[in-house]
Write a protein that binds this ligand. Structure first.
Ligand SMILES: Cc1cc2nc3c(=O)[nH]c(=O)nc-3n(C[C@H](O)[C@H](O)[C@H](O)COP(=O)(O)O)c2cc1C
Ligand SMILES: [Fe+2]
Ligand SMILES: [Fe+2]
Length: 402
C-alpha cells in the first residue's frame, strides 16, 4: 500500500540511493556551544543494490524516526554494510539500535574509527577496516573510500559511489540548518545555506582549515567526477556541487583578508566608546572594519569575521583583575582553534589596578602573535594623550593591512 506522505520521508538522490536523514529542531546549542536557531539535520543515506549499504546513522534521540525512514524502503535486517565515515556521536549514537536489528551487517570504517567504535560502543557486529582508496562492490554500484583525516577528527573518511559519482563527504561541506523536506540545493535559498555553512565551518572546523584544503586537493587529484555532494549535515548539492566546494575552499584559504575585526566586551560602555573611536579612525584611513560586542553577537558569527581578519583587535575592561569573561572565552577560541590571523591590536579600560589588557597581552605573546603598538590601557575615559594613542594605533593597523 502506498501512502502519499510516506514518499516525503525519504528522497531519491540517484536510482537506489536514498536520503533517510532527520531534522533536529530541538537542540538549542550544537555541541552545547553553538546556537542553531534554524536547527540542524543529521543526514544518513541508504543504497539499495544487490547488497544494501547504510551510510551514517543519526543522533540518538532521532533513532526511531530514522529507522522508520529506513523501513519505508527496506527491512533494516537486510542491511549488509553500515558505513561510518566519522565516529562523532551526532552520526553514530543510533548505531547500538540499528546493530540490534541489522545483525548480519558489517561495519565499514577506518582503522582509527574501529578503535573509537570500541571505546564508544563496543558493538558486537562484524567489522571491516578499509584502506585509503579501497573499493567494495555492492553489485552494480562500487563504493570507494577516501580517507580524509582531520575533517574534522583523526578517523574521518568520505565514501564515493563510482557509477553515480556521488561523494558522501561527511562533515566536510556541511551546514547548520534543518532541511524541512527541502533536501536539495535546488530547493533551498542558497543565501541561507551560505550563511549557515560558513557558521558551521567556523565553529566546527576552524582548527583544521589546512585539512579542508588538503581534502579538496586530494579529491581533485583523484580526478573523479562529482555529480552530487551529499554531506552529513545540510543540503545535498546536485544542481551545482562545486558551489559548496568553492566556498569551503575560499573560506579556508590561508591568505588573510584586508579588513580589521574589532571584538570587544563592555559592562558600562567605556570599551564600547573606545571601540567606536577606533573604528571611526580606521574608516577615515580607508580600512574596512567589522565590529562585534562579544555579549551580543553569537560566538560562531564572531568567529566568521575574526578568523581570517588581516588584523584582529580585541578590547576588554578589567574584571576582577582579569579580562572580561566573555573576551577571555573568545581568546581561548583564538588559541584552541589556531586562527590563521597572527596580528593583534589590544585596547582596554580599568577602574583601579587594571590587569585585563596585560593578561590578554601575555596570552597573545604566548600564541606568538605580533602585537601592534601602542597597546592602549585607559582609566575609564581616554585623556587627550590616550586619544592620540588611538589615532596612532589606527595608523599602525592601516599600515599592516596595506
Ligand atoms: C564586576 C567588576 C569587576 C571589576 N574588576 C576590576 C579590577 O579587578 N581591576 C580594575 O582595575 N577594574 C575593575 N573593574 C572596573 C572596570 O574595569 C572599569 O570600570 C572599566 O572602565 C569598565 O569598562 P566597561 O564600561 O567597558 O565595562 C571592575 C568592574 C566591574 C563591574
Ligand atoms: Fe563531526
Ligand atoms: Fe557532524
Amino acid at each position: 500500500m502506498t501512502r502519499l506522505w510516506v514518499k516525503e520521508m525519504y528522497r531519491e538522490v540517484a536510482k537506489g540511493v536514498y536520503y533517510i536523514g532527520v531534522d533536529d529542531h530541538h537542540t538549542e546549542l550544537f555541541e552545547n556551544l553553538w546556537k542553531i536557531p534554524f536547527g540542524v539535520s543529521y543526514n544518513s543515506y541508504l543504497i539499495v543494490d544487490e547488497k544494501v549499504a547504510l551510510i551514517e546513522t543519526v543522533k540518538g534521540p532521532w533513532s526511531e524516526q530514522w529507522q522508520e525512514n529506513i523501513r519505508e524502503i527496506i527491512d533494516p535486517a537486510k542491511i549488509d554494510y553500515i558505513i561510518l565515515n566519522h565516529m562523532e556521536p551526532d552520526h553514530t549514537s543510533s548505531l547500538p539500535d540499528i546493530a540490534k536489528i541489522a545483525t548480519n551487517a558489517t561495519m565499514i570504517y577506518t582503522n582509527k574509527a574501529s578503535d573509537m567504535q570500541k571505546s564508544f560502543y563496543d558493538i558486537p557486529l562484524k567489522e571491516k577496516t578499509v584502506e585509503d582508496l579501497e573499493e567494495i562492490s555492492l553489485g552494480t554500484k562500487t563504493l570507494k573510500f577516501i580517507h580524509a583525516p582531520f575533517l574534522h577528527w583523526p578517523e574521518t573518511m568520505m565514501t564515493y559511489i563510482i557509477e553515480d559519482e556521488i561523494l558522501f563527504s561527511c562533515d566536510a561541506f556541511g551546514a547548520f540548518g534543518a532541511l524541512n523536506e527541502k533536501v536539495f540545493d535546488d530547493e533551498i535559498d542558497l543565501r541561507m545555506v551560505e550563511s549557515e555553512s560558513r557558521r558551521y565551518l567556523s565553529a566546527i572546523i576552524t582548527s583544521y582549515f589546512k585539512f579542508v584544503q588538503r581534502g579538496i586537493e586530494k579529491v581533485k587529484d583523484l580526478g573523479i567526477g562529482i555529480k552530487v555532494i551529499a554531506p552529513s549535515h545540510g543540503p545535498i548539492y546536485r544542481k551545482d556541487p562545486m558551489w559548496i566546494v568553492d566556498r569551503y575552499n575560499e573560506w579556508t584559504r590561508p591568505e588573510l583578508e584586508k579588513y580589521a575585526t574589532i571584538v570587544y566586551g563592555t559592562m558600562y560602555g567605556y570599551n564600547h566608546r573606545l571601540a567606536i573611536k577606533l573604528k571611526k579612525e580606521l574608516i577615515d584611513l580607508g580600512v574596512e572594519v567589522k565590529l562585534h560586542n562579544i555579549s551580543y553577537t553569537e560566538m560562531s558569527r564572531v568567529l566568521v569575521d575574526a578568523i581570517r581578519a588581516g588584523v584582529l583587535i580585541v578590547g576588554t575592561p578589567t574584571y576582577d583583575a582579569f579580562p572580561f569573561p566573555k573576551i577571555w572565552a573568545f581568546v581561548n577560541e583564538v588559541q584552541g582553534k589556531r586562527f590563521p590571523v597572527k596580528t593583534v591590536a589590544l585596547f582596554g579600560t580599568y577602574g583601579w589596578g587594571g590587569g585585563g589588557v596585560k593578561k590578554l597581552q601575555n596570552m597573545f605573546e604566548e600564541m606568538k602573535f605580533e602585537i601592534l603598538e601602542p597597546i592602549i590601557r585607559v582609566k575609564a575615559r581616554p585623556s587627550d594623550e590616550e586619544s592620540e594613542q588611538i589615532r596612532l594605533l589606527a595608523k599602525a593597523i592601516a599600515k599592516r593591512l596595506q
